[in-house]
Design a protein. Structure first.
Length: 367
């Protein structure tokens, strides 16, 4: 295999996977073993069954699963240097992490070697040294044996200085140490603790008690909650101090994800608010339009009734004259009726002292 090659078609990757064990390929391409399996599944590439490579070593017959030519997915080829573009969250994150590690490593402003003693320590380190771990509300989150406190502070001092240089913020508040991506409101909690082992001890009454005892291995944690926290734990050949680049890159990639998620949430929230505002305005417009229409309907109804009243008065007057029954009282009534029609007419609405508090539409007195 040409080790410099990173771009493969489905067919080429299939041939590669059936030529060399998956675990070895995952190391060469700097992709985790589970993610490489997910990638093969995404590209519809069959994998060797259990025992395949053992049988190869023992020169026993093996069966190769045929390549699946028909493929309707969106990955006809893969570039292991562009994993960040893969539409699988775990693989995309690992690709982004690889790129960010290069970015961090090439930043000449940063220091990755942990000093043996403090040199102008960060204010948070000084505050912890001055106040100690008893002030857990507003000091760094450290939970270790006394023998590992100094080592933890030296590591955190270097990490915090590097993060500040990169433009990020660190805040200690409410029993949490927060990494603020680009000094925005988006944050990740982080802490240092020392791993523990259960130890059996016999108490003075002869009973066996199980107690947790620090084992000397430091653990750096980063995340929001226990279920999504990333841990870096001391190994015999790899301490957390040796993984500074990876830790910074992870915090930045994860922090950027949180930042972009918040922007997306804020955008969706603004869209939702705008849609709700449009709905409210439309509802108000509907109600106002209905109110205006009801007013129109009421005025038209009053106009029609006014015409009926006047037609009645005129017909009444004509009938009285034909029958020669006109009297002063009848004339007064006709005059009164016409004034009432003028009061009720929506185009005239003449004043009437006795009807001053009477509503023309409902013909009820206002209180």
């Amino acid at each position: 295999m040409d080790e410099l090659k990173t771009k493969y078609t489905r067919k080429e990757l299939y041939e590669l996977i059936w030529t060399e064990p998956l675990y070895g390929l995952s190391q060469k391409f700097n992709i985790s073993y589970p993610n490489l399996k997910k990638l093969c599944d995404k590209m519809c590439i069959p994998l060797p069954l259990k025992g395949y490579w053992t049988n190869i070593k023992l020169n026993k017959p093996v069966t190769r699963i045929s390549f699946i030519e028909k493929y309707e997915g969106d990955l006809p080829f893969i570039d292991f240097n562009a994993l960040d573009t893969i539409n699988i969250p775990e693989i995309s994150f690992q690709g982004k992490l690889k790129l960010q590690e290069k970015n961090v490593q090439n930043d000449k402003r940063l220091t990755f070697k942990i000093p043996k003693k403090f040199n102008n320590p960060d204010k948070l380190i000084l505050d912890y040294q001055r106040r100690g771990s008893m002030y857990t509300n507003d000091t760094l989150r450290i939970k270790t044996s006394d023998s590992n406190i100094n080592r933890s502070l030296l590591f955190l001092d270097t990490l915090i200085k590097n993060l500040r240089i990169r433009g990020h913020g660190i805040e200690v508040k409410y029993e949490k140490t927060k990494f603020l991506y680009n000094n925005e409101e988006d944050y990740l909690n982080f802490s240092i603790l020392e791993k523990s082992n259960w130890k059996q001890e016999t108490n003075k009454w002869g009973r066996t008690d199980n107690t947790l005892v620090f084992n000397g291995k430091l653990c750096f944690r980063c995340g929001h909650f226990n279920f999504d926290q990333k841990e870096w734990i001391d190994k015999d050949d790899l301490l957390i101090e040796d993984r500074m680049i990876n830790i910074i890159a992870y915090m930045e990639v994860k922090g950027k994800e949180e930042y972009e998620l918040r922007l997306e949430r804020d955008y969706r929230h603004k869209i939702q608010e705008e849609e709700e505002r449009i709905k409210r305005d439309f509802k108000k417009s509907q109600e106002l339009e209905l109110l205006h229409f009801k007013e129109l309907f009421t005025l038209a109804d009053r106009f029609q009734k006014t015409k009926i009243i006047r037609d009645y008065i005129n017909e009444y007057e004509r009938n009285i004259l034909e029958r020669n029954m006109m009297t002063e009282a009848v004339q007064k009534w006709i005059s009164w009726a016409r004034k009432k029609a003028d009061w009720y007419d929506p185009f005239l609405e003449l004043d009437d002292d006795l009807f001053e508090s009477l509503d023309r539409d409902s013909l009820t007195f206002r209180k």
